[in-house]
Design a protein around this ligand. Structure first.
Ligand code: NAD
Ligand code: SIN
Length: 470
């Protein structure tokens, strides 16, 4: 069989970052199946100890890890460092989550014996990663799944194999056996093969809604396979009355443009009460013009780097133009200095007058602004989407946030905080097209193990009391 090659490129320079061979999925699954019984039988304390050693190995490589993330994704170095920190923090959070959410309970009753609930690992888990958080998000599945006693086949995004390799190097350096966490290099085809493989017991996916739906459809006749789908959003950020307009503008920029808008939780729709529109737009546009868009290693450091590649930049430019054609008013043009590179300045467009705003995730630095008369219509507009990942309210009083919280459909609902920056210490997931009710982060423990109920007695003790002849 001829070997196929995978290559990744630096978005900022176009230079080759990584080159390697596409993996043989079937062989990787066979190795994983053989490795699972031993890992599942390894005492929990030993598995946890391996994860703590993993943290030390990440710490030793902190600088080189951040550099490869910045190079391969284009996100600024300062931000790549925060991703490495999140990888390290994941372990203690997952240890706590495992014992709190999937620990053991035993109830003793003299006559009925013991009633116990214990959790078992599923087996071989395929982890399919996205490119925007190529270490932190797959790691958010891998660490809890390993703690619970599963083995892992990790397919990093085809756009970020080098980061995937660095992550797994740290597990190996920590002493985790190579067949317990394997890398599967490849693209959509290898992802599909993993999903469909009979030797894979679970699919832990983070990525686009299109891919998530394809996975769900593929597994419709296979309800026994556990599937966690962490997908995108068309997230609303609502601004009502607030005297601190500059802070509101900063929160909007953090929400919409951090990571060049390539966060699932990024604000896509800014819904503004009419009375706030003028002062807020003035502050927002002033700050937007000051944002530095540059190479991830530039000095001074930029606020944001390029988007992941030219194809994505082309699509975003086309989406901006399509919204203008449909009646949107550009407030800040999305500009691309060099058509051969995927650096885009943040685009802001008022789409209040656009009749049929497309309910899609535009995964980049593109923010739509929609003017509304009051909070009730803002809530209705916030819910005018099939997605339901994150939402924020800026301004208002506690009772306004109470109304917002009660009526908005999303898995994350914040007040005077950005839509993004989700905490690993909380559940992280969405509803509608954003997820399948299997939130990750703190609740990842729930899909990494299944509960087993037992009633137990040391000796058989029974009699038939009714319906028996003398
Ligand atoms: P993507 O869906 O293109 O790819 C994600 C992974 O799935 C890749 O490894 C890819 O090879 C694989 N894949 C793609 N199609 C597949 C299929 N049919 N079957 C099996 N595997 C398949 O996503 P992306 O472009 O890498 O990442 C960006 C997307 O991820 C955005 O939509 C973003 O909102 C989403 N995201 C969601 C979260 C979350 O936690 N909810 C977090 C980060 C990113
Ligand atoms: C993401 O996972 O894409 C974003 C996480 C966050 O910033 O909330």
């Amino acid at each position: 069989m001829t070997e196929k090659t995978l290559i990744s490129f630096a978005p900022a320079s176009g230079e080759e970052v990584w080159r390697g061979t596409i993996s043989d999925v079937g062989a990787a699954v066979s190795r994983a199946r053989r490795a699972w019984p031993d890992w599942a039988a390894t005492p929990l304390a030993v598995r946890i100890e391996s994860m703590r050693r993993f943290v030390n190995e990440v710490r030793i490589r902190h600088d080189e890890f951040a550099e490869i993330i910045a190079r391969e994704t284009g996100k600024p170095l300062w931000e790549a460092r925060t991703e490495v920190d999140a990888v390290m923090n994941k372990v203690e959070i997952s240890v706590n989550a495992y014992s709190e959410r999937t620990g053991r309970t035993r109830l003793d009753s003299a006559l009925q014996g013991t009633s116990a609930v214990r959790h078992k690992p599923h087996g071989v888990m395929a982890v399919l990663g996205p490119y925007n958080f190529p270490a932190h998000l797959p790691n958010g599945h891998i660490v809890p799944a390993l703690i619970a006693g599963n083995v892992i086949l990790f397919k990093p995004s085809e756009k970020t194999p080098a980061v995937g390799e660095k992550l797994i190097e740290c597990f190996y350096a920590a002493g985790v056996p190579e067949d317990v966490v394997q890398l599967v290099f490849g693209g959509v085809d290898e992802g599909k093969e993993l999903v469909a493989h009979g030797g894979v017991d679970g699919v832990l996916f983070t990525g686009s809604v299109q891919a998530g739906i394809a996975i769900n459809r593929r597994l419709a006749s296979n309800p026994g396979k556990i599937v966690a789908l962490e997908m995108g959003g068309n997230n609303p950020l609502v601004v009502i009355d607030t005297p601190v307009v500059n802070d509101a503008a900063s929160l909007i920029i953090q929400s919409a443009f951090t990571t060049a808008g390539q966060r699932c939780t990024a604000a896509r729709r800014l819904i503004v009460k009419e009375s706030m529109y003028e002062p807020l737009m003035e502050a927002l546009l002033k700050l937007t013009r000051k944002l530095i868009v540059d190479d991830p290693f530039a000095d001074p450091q930029p606020f944001m780097g390029p988007v992941i590649d030219n194809a994505v930049a082309d699509k975003l430019e086309q989406s901006f133009l399509a919204l203008v054609t449909e009646g949107g008013k550009p407030l800040a043009h999305m500009r691309r200095g060099d058509p051969e590179k995927p650096f885009l300045t943040p685009g802001i467009i008022d789409t209040t007058e656009v009749a049929d705003r497309p309910d899609v995730e535009l995964f980049g630095p593109l923010l739509q602004v929609i003017k509304v008369p009051d909070l009730d219509l803002a809530i209705a507009e916030a819910n005018n989407t099939r997605f339901g990942l994150s939402a924020s309210l800026i301004g208002g009083a506690p009772e306004d946030f109470g109304r917002f919280w009660a009526n908005v459909r999303a898995g994350i609902i914040n007040w005077n905080r950005p839509t993004n920056g989700a905490s690993s210490s909380q559940p992280f997931g969405g509803i509608g097209l954003s997820g399948n009710h299997r939130p990750a982060a703190y609740y990842a423990a729930d899909y990494c193990a299944y509960p087993v109920a037992s009633t137990e007695m040391e000796q058989p003790r029974a009699n038939i009391a009714i319906g028996v002849k003398d």
